[in-house]
Design a protein around this ligand. Structure first.
Ligand code: PMP
Ligand code: GLN
Length: 392
């Protein structure tokens, strides 16, 4: 059963009213019902590396099946610290500054629970990843939204400056950014950092697509001057290792922030799944070649999908990062992304995600539809072939 956004449900607390069923679950349901090629919800149709799978199987067989240390098995915390240093030049103490969580989703939830008082404000950019607003609401906080406007998804500096106020507790930033494919540039991040320092605001960064950058570079906000001490860096295994169902995530932050996050985390899940933690440690120690190949493979998928969508007649906004591409449906004669995405699985046999659902100001995204390219080339081609029917 699924609920449309805005539907009021009996029993449900006011903190969760109105969010509806996530669009990802809804579109995957339609894809299954109509046997459509699912270019909607972002999950790979292939597995991650064998050496990571083997590590999980070995851990199960070796009996690593009980609760673990609440904030992660020591070797995983060490592997995450090594990864942060190797790629982003960030130094974290594995025992005092890293918390292993059940995916980035729990890291975000626990961080907001830990840091926000009721009535605090959290600045979010829209379009936002859908769990952010629900997590802010469940923490009793309120969101302040700042728009990223297509086609370049830049934000207005004055609009962001005006969002900082006396109740601002934190800004939650996602780069590379889902659903736009934007990678925040250094100048934007310096501006955001300057505002955080000036207003003494914390930053929470969601970097789950850190290894999927095709243009420019991934810069972690925590690496800018004066930011490490006020930033919680969040990421997870899902996208970088193509195991989205494993849900191994982490939050890296200085000791006082980490103690606060762990206070929440211990009562949310206590710890993450035992045998997947040694496997995640093996993954984070993958050689540089692994990450280079991952990016090259995704670049090829991006190029194939973008070229094909442009041939069908979509306006294509080529993504600098992530595994999503935004398309403008107006050249195909459509105005409304939700109607388009409801029609697509049944009539065309493809599923995609309407972008306006990630905006409070829905009109900012009404002409945009997101397609995922975390799929093998044959699946991308099968989707493109079906989409040819839109050309008529
Ligand atoms: N943040 C963003 C921007 C995402 O796209 C996702 C992907 N589902 C998540 C967080 C959740 O990550 P995880 O599956 O590790 O909880
Ligand atoms: N991050 C995935 C996406 O954006 C979806 C994750 C989910 O279904 N919760 O498509």
């Amino acid at each position: 059963m699924s609920e449309a956004p805005g539907t009021r449900l009996p029993y449900l607390s006011s903190r969760l009213q109105g969010f509806g069923t996530t669009i990802f679950a809804e579109m995957t349901r339609l894809a299954l019902a109509h046997d459509a090629v699912n270019l909607g919800q972002g999950f790979p149709n292939f597995d991650g590396p064998d050496f990571v799978k083997r590590a999980a199987i070995e851990a199960i067989e070796a009996g690593q099946n009980q609760y673990t240390r609440s904030f992660g098995i020591p070797d995983l915390n060490r592997a995450i610290a090594e990864h942060q240093r190797r790629f982003w030049g960030l130094d974290y103490d594995p025992d005092a500054e890293i918390t292993v969580t059940t995916g980035a989703t729990e890291a975000i939830f626990a961080t907001l629970q830990a840091l926000c008082e009721v009535g605090d404000e959290v600045i979010l950019f829209e379009p936002y990843y859908d769990s952010y607003r629900a997590s802010v609401s469940m923490a009793g906080a309120r969101e302040r939204l700042v728009a990223l406007r297509p086609p370049d998804f830049a934000y207005d500096r004055a609009e962001l400056e005006a969002a900082f106020g006396p109740r601002t507790r934190a800004i939650l930033l996602n780069t590379p950014h889902n659903p736009s494919g934007k990678v925040y540039g250094r100048a934007e991040l310096e501006h955001i950092a300057e505002l955080c320092r000036r207003h003494d605001v914390l930053a929470i960064t969601d970097e789950v697509y850190e290894h999927l950058v095709f243009e420019g570079e991934h810069v972690s906000l925590a690496s800018l001057p004066g930011m490490r001490e006020r930033t919680v860096v969040i990421s997870s295994l899902g996208k970088s290792f193509s195991f989205t169902g494993w849900k191994v995530g982490h939050a890296c932050a200085p000791p006082a922030l980490t103690r606060a996050i762990r206070s929440a985390h211990q009562f949310i899940t206590f710890c993450n799944s035992g045998p997947f933690q040694p496997a995640a440690a093996a993954a984070y120690r993958a050689p540089d070649d692994y990450f280079t190949q991952l990016r090259a493979d995704y670049r090829a998928r991006r190029d194939r999908l973008c070229t094909g969508l442009a041939e069908v007649g979509f306006g294509v906004i080529e993504p600098a990062g992530t595994y999503f591409v935004q398309t403008d449906i107006r050249p195909l004669g459509w105005e409304d992304d939700v109607a388009f995405c409801q029609m697509l699985p049944e009539k065309i046999g493809v599923a995609a995600i309407p972008t306006s659902v990630f905006y409070d100001q829905r009109r900012d995204g009404r002409h945009l539809v997101r397609f995922a390219f975390c799929k093998t080339l044959d699946v991308i081609d099968a989707g493109l072939e079906r989409l040819q029917k839109l050309r008529a």
